[in-house]
Design a protein around this ligand. Structure first.
Ligand code: BT5
Length: 263
C-alpha cells in the first residue's frame, strides 16, 4: 500500500522531490499537480502521486486506465530554463528515466516507442503525458505525468487494451515494490534533468537512442490529420525523430502517433 507516510521520503533531490503529495484517488495527477502548482510560488520539483485516477488521461484526450492498488500514477512539476520549443525533449527524458529504472529489475528489458510509450517487447507498460501550463504569477510550468502498469494482472486488463498492454509483473512474474520503483525513477529523472539544464542535450540523446526501439523501423506517423511514412533514422538533439521518406527527403517530427509498419 502507498500512503503519505511511506511515500514522503521516497526521493529528495536538489530539484525533484521538493514536496511529495499523495492522494488515494484523484481525477488526474496532472490536474492535481496543476492545482497545487498554481498556488505555490516555487512549484518546481513537486511530485503528486495517486493510488488511482478516475479520469486518467493520455494524449489528445484519450483515456488512461488507472485502477487502484497496483500501478503508479504520478506527475512532476518542472520549470526548465529553456524555451517551450526546446522542452520537446522532456517526454523522451521521462521515458528514458522510466526505462532505466525498469531495467534495474531482472527480466525487464524495457524500450521506448518514440515519443512517449514505455514498452516491454512490443506491449505498452507505461505512458507519458507532458503538459505546458501557466502557474503562479503566469510562470511557466511543465507537468510531466507518468503512468506505469506495475502489478496489474493479465486478467485485470480491460479487453480494449489487453492485446497491446502489459505490466511489469505480467512480464517477469514477480511483484514490484511501487514505492521503490518510483524512487529509482525520480532519481533517474533528476539526473537527466540536471544534465539537460547544463545544456549537453546531444550526448544525452545519443545515450537514450539505444533504448528507442522505433529507430531503424518503417513507420507511419499521424500528426494532426496528416500521415507521414518512412524509415525512422535517428533522434535529433532536441529529441525529435528524423524520418527518411520514400523520395529520399528527410523530415524531423517533434510529436505524433507512431505506427510500426515493418520491423
Ligand atoms: C499516454 O497517452 O500514453 C500517456 C499516459 C499518461 C498517463 C499518466 S498517469 C499520471 C498522469 N495523469 C494523467 O491523467 N495522465 C498521466 P497516449 O499515447 O495517448 O496513449 C493512450 C492509449 O494507451 C489509450 O488510448 C489506450 O489505447 C492505451 N492505454 C490506456 N490505458 C492504458 C494502460 N493502463 N496501460 C497500457 N495502455 C493503456
Amino acid at each position: 500500500m502507498i500512503s503519505q507516510e511511506n511515500i514522503k521520503d521516497v526521493f529528495k533531490g536538489d530539484i525533484i522531490g521538493s514536496d511529495i503529495i499523495f492522494c488515494e484517488s484523484t481525477s488526474s495527477t496532472n490536474d492535481m499537480a496543476l492545482e497545487i502548482g498554481r498556488k505555490r510560488e516555487q512549484p518546481e520539483g513537486i511530485v503528486v502521486v495517486a493510488d488511482s485516477q478516475t479520469r486518467g488521461r493520455g494524449r489528445l484526450g484519450r483515456k488512461w486506465i488507472s485502477p487502484s492498488g497496483v500501478n503508479l500514477y504520478f506527475s512532476v512539476i518542472l520549470q526548465p530554463p529553456f524555451s517551450q520549443q526546446e522542452s520537446t525533449i522532456l517526454p523522451l527524458a521521462a521515458a528514458a528515466s522510466a526505462v532505466n529504472a525498469i531495467k534495474g529489475y531482472p527480466g525487464l528489458n524495457a524500450n521506448i516507442k518514440w515519443p512517449n510509450d514505455i514498452l516491454i517487447g512490443n506491449k505498452k507498460t507505461g505512458g507519458i503525458l507532458v503538459e505546458h501550463k501557466s502557474g503562479h504569477d503566469k510562470t511557466d510550468m511543465l507537468i510531466i505525468g507518468m503512468g506505469i502498469n506495475v502489478n496489474m494482472t493479465l486478467d485485470s486488463l480491460p479487453d480494449d487494451i489487453m492485446p497491446i498492454a502489459t505490466s511489469l509483473m505480467i512480464e517477469n512474474g514477480s511483484e514490484v515494490d511501487r514505492i521503490k520503483l518510483l524512487g529509482g525513477l525520480l532519481a533517474e529523472l533528476e539526473s537527466s534533468y540536471k544534465l539537460l539544464i547544463k545544456g549537453d542535450k546531444q550526448s544525452l540523446v545519443n545515450k537514450w537512442a539505444d533504448s528507442v526501439s522505433t529507430i531503424g523501423k518503417e513507420i507511419s506517423v499521424k500528426i494532426n490529420n496528416q500521415i507521414i511514412s518512412g524509415t525512422a533514422r535517428a533522434l535529433t538533439g532536441s529529441g525529435g525523430l528524423l524520418i527518411r521518406m520514400p523520395d529520399g527527403k528527410e523530415k524531423t517530427i517533434t510529436a505524433g502517433d507512431v505506427t510500426i509498419i515493418k520491423k
